[in-house]
Design a protein around this ligand. Structure first.
Ligand SMILES: *Cc1c(COP(=O)(O)O)cnc(C)c1O
Length: 422
């Protein structure tokens, strides 16, 4: 099936249940078993089915199947937010004493999670340059469990050198985890380029209307073989799980990565997605590709306008031919479309603040991927918890303004920016 058909139909059988055209919301905490044996079978994984909404839910299950197919993966698992998706993806493979490699260009929340919070769990994060990956290999050792990067980074708007990262990771037997939030499942599918695990904050473009928080993790087909080949490193999967009566994940004929998140991490930590949010995301996923095309086209128009403006020192949008990542955007993203984020630099911190306060159509919001256009000053908001050194490393300049271009007519957006810059 083609992407647009998957987004509307996959994972739902209208001929079952009530026959509703729209996927119903299973707004329930728990599920009744047919009898004691049914209950025992579900717990023993002899039969698959719903037990409790912290673990599985039929509405969420449709979204998981649909999203997995969209990303070209074997399975997906929804969690409560993008942050919990990143945490689970890492915690699924790394323990105290291990290390992970993280890109130098990441979402602020991912930076604090992976460098500060996870450190308190005894996991060390080492930073590599995502643009050329040249210093990646030398930092890998036998305790390196994952390489984490964003395909299109927020807020630096850099395109990852996916092929080089995947090549090194495969050679070294290290799991790759790609945050594909900004590119979205419509413009880029990391698994098709060899990435092992994809995470998204579905709060952003997948939702597209700023109406729900959610996260999802998708795994490629064949991860059990990868864990077996690297058995001494990924013992969580190859040795018995004492917390699940000695279950060995690689022996279970189900996609291993999501299975372990469900049985161990969702069970114990419990950042489950509400079925209502799954339903909202099923609605919004239907229009994802239409929206991404419009976001991308409008952002290119705004970027060209800003590039020609005398008060703008630099514009960063990989859809612009002048951009250092233009070739990578053309190579990786569908029709070379580069999504809806752009940033630009003005003269000073004070100029940036004045422009933000003068914009009328743009809302001052620390979000991205909304249907409404958003404007933000990363240095004083999303990235304000980073030290000056971390700010510079993250490529955030004090006079940088970030825009998330919505679905309005770009004529109006350009008019608003014209007056804000005057
Ligand atoms: C927003 C965002 C996150 C965090 O997602 P939440 O749903 O807000 O928890 C992670 N990664 C990227 C790239 C994001 O933009």
């Amino acid at each position: 099936m083609q992407q647009d058909t998957i987004a509307v139909h996959a994972g739902y059988n209208k001929k079952e249940g009530w026959g509703t055209m729209n996927v119903p919301i299973a707004q329930t905490t728990a599920f009744a078993f047919r009898d004691a044996e049914h209950a025992a079978n579900l717990f023993a994984l002899k039969e698959l089915g719903s037990i409790y909404t912290r673990l599985t839910n039929p509405t969420t299950d449709v979204l998981e199947q649909r999203f997995a197919q969209l990303e070209g993966g074997a399975a997906a698992i929804c969690v409560a937010s993008g942050q919990s998706a990143i945490f689970y993806a890492i915690a699924n493979v790394a323990s105290a004493g291990d290390n992970i490699l993280i890109s130098n260009k990441l979402y602020g929340g991912a930076v604090t999670l992976l460098t500060h919070t996870i450190k308190r769990f005894g996991i060390e994060a080492r930073v590599f340059d995502v643009s050329d990956a040249s210093n990646l290999e030398e930092q890998i050792d036998d305790k390196t469990k994952a390489i984490f990067f964003e395909s299109l980074s927020n807020p630096q708007i850099a395109v990852a050198d996916v092929e080089s990262i995947v090549e090194i990771a495969k050679r070294k037997g290290v799991l790759t985890v790609c945050d594909n939030t900004v590119a979205s499942a419509s413009l880029f599918n990391p698994i098709k380029w060899g990435v092992d695990v994809v995470v998204h904050s579905t709060s952003k473009y997948t939702n597209g209307q700023g109406s729900a928080i959610g996260g999802i993790i998708v795994e490629r087909d064949g991860l059990a073989e990868f864990f077996k080949e690297n058995a001494s490193k990924y013992t969580e999967f190859t040795e018995p799980d004492e917390s699940y009566h000695g279950l060995v994940y690689v022996d279970v004929p189900l996609p291993n990565f999501c299975l372990r998140i469900r049985l161990a991490l969702l069970r114990d930590i419990g950042a489950a997605q509400s079925p209502h949010n799954s339903w909202i995301l099923l609605q919004t996923l239907e229009t994802l590709s239409l929206r991404m095309e419009k976001h991308s086209n409008s952002t290119l128009e705004v970027a060209k306008f800003l590039e020609s403006h005398p008060k703008v020192k630099a514009v960063n949008y990989p859809g612009l031919e002048s951009n250092k990542d233009y070739a990578k955007a053309q190579k990786y993203f569908k029709d070379g479309k580069a999504s809806g984020l752009l940033s630009f630099d003005v003269e000073s911190y004070d100029d940036a603040k004045k422009i933000i306060d003068s914009a009328k159509l743009f809302s001052v919001v620390v979000n991205i991927g909304d249907s409404k256009s958003l404007i933000v000053h990363p240095a004083s908001t999303t990235h304000s918890q980073l030290s000056e050194e971390e700010l510079l490393k993250a490529g955030v300049n004090p006079s940088t303004i970030r825009l998330s271009i919505g679905l309005e007519d770009p004529i109006d957006l350009i008019e608003d920016l014209t007056q804000a810059l005057s």
